[in-house]
Design a protein around this ligand. Structure first.
Ligand code: ADP
Ligand code: MG
Length: 351
């Protein structure tokens, strides 16, 4: 090895820094959809419609009927760290919105072409404007609009050749997008969701507003899932040292599937928790004779200060205080309910 002079350290151009950061927030088409849909939920929408072309690489369009965006906010809408949801660090712990980083839209403009059409209450017309690299490409144009906001993300990763290639070579994200919206739809049953391929008449997810969770599970996952569910509930009380409430549905012994579906919301955030998933799978393997994997929907609510939502830019993983105790309590509730229905069934069959 020939000794060499230390290489010179230089400051990266801002556009390079932004593109690198953006690629982390928006990892693939489904991450863009998640951010857009969460923005629509944060805007108090009651109807959210998603259209996707070419697995999201060509086009992702999310339309909502939410409160819209003010005309005067459009110039900074897609700058990094601009948000209407947070103003000081402490707000993080009392936040009820999905978003707070003010990073999602900005990130999309660094790796795609973004066009926003929006109208606020009382306006007679809407505004449309396109963005690139965080800034408006032109002044907002007046346009016809109904209610709410429509965001179009075109040619995702047009400037990240390697990412685009990898995505093009694998199965496209459409399945993941349908899966995401199905999960969102059963939790947010006060909002109607749809998801379709561009140009398709039939929607692949189509939920209607319903007051019953079971009805929304039926409309999204089908009768075969909904008819085989048992209600589960845990209310920990204060004594256990970890206050939390869990409410959900788990599949019974008639349900057959090769893969576990765990739809988990913690404080209304769709998250993943492999420890909980494993814990539930263990109960099923031990309780049911058939080697079927469960369907599980769970909504857990715990004091906001017990969840750190800020550990990951995509907010997909959350860390919980007292996770072990919580999982144990949930595990025994699932086991109890599963055994009960299983016993009743065997009993009925014997008669
Ligand atoms: P964050 O959600 O973290 O605030 P985003 O980059 O996702 O950051 O969005 C920036 C801001 O744009 C939001 O704070 C919100 O005020 C506004 N916004 C984005 N999408 C919508 C929408 N669909 N309806 C209304 N306002 C929106
Ligand atoms: Mg957001």
């Amino acid at each position: 090895i020939t000794p060499r002079d230390p290489p010179k350290i230089q400051r990266l151009e801002e556009s390079v820094v932004n593109r690198i950061a953006a690629g982390e927030v928006i990892q693939r088409p489904v991450s863009a959809v998640k951010e857009l849909v969460e923005n629509s939920l944060d805007a108090d929408s009651t109807s959210i419609n998603v259209t996707v072309k070419d697995g999201g690489l060509k086009l992702i369009q999310v339309s909502d009927d939410g409160h819209g965006i003010r005309r005067e906010d459009l110039p900074i809408l897609c700058e990094r760290h601009t948000t209407s949801k947070l103003s000081k660090y402490e707000d993080l712990f009392s936040l009820s919105s999905m978003g707070f980083r003010g990073e999602a839209l900005a990130s999309m403009t660094y790796v795609a072409h973004v066009t926003v059409t929006t109208i606020t209450k009382g306006q007679i017309h809407g505004h449309r404007v396109s963005y690139r690299d965080g800034v408006m490409e032109h002044e907002p144009k007046a346009c016809a609009a109904v209610k709410g906001t429509q965001i179009m993300v075109e040619n995702l990763f047009y400037n990240m050749i390697a990412r685009r290639k990898t995505l093009q070579n694998s199965a496209d994200d459409y399945g993941k997008i349908v899966d995401l919206l199905s999960r969102m739809a059963i939790h947010h049953n006060n909002v109607s969701f749809s998801c379709r391929k561009h140009g398709a008449v039939k929607a692949d997810v189509h939920s209607v507003v319903s007051s019953s969770r079971l009805d929304s599970i039926r409309s999204v996952y089908g009768v075969s899932v909904a008819k085989n569910l048992i209600k589960v509930e845990v209310s920990s009380g204060e004594s256990s040292g970890c206050a939390f409430d869990m409410e959900g549905f788990v599949s019974n012994s008639n349900y057959v599937a090769k893969k576990t579906i765990l739809v988990l919301f913690i404080n209304d955030r769709l998250v993943e928790c492999s420890a909980l998933k494993r814990a539930i799978e263990i109960v099923y393997a031990a309780t049911l004779p058939k080697a079927s994997k469960p369907f599980v929907y769970m909504s857990i609510n715990l004091p906001r200060e017990h969840v750190d939502i800020n550990i990951h830019p995509t907010k997909k993983e959350v860390s919980l205080l007292n996770q072990e105790i919580m999982i144990e309590m949930i595990q025994s509730e699932v086991e109890l309910k599963l055994r009960n229905t299983n016993d009743t069934r065997t009993f009925q069959e014997q008669k």
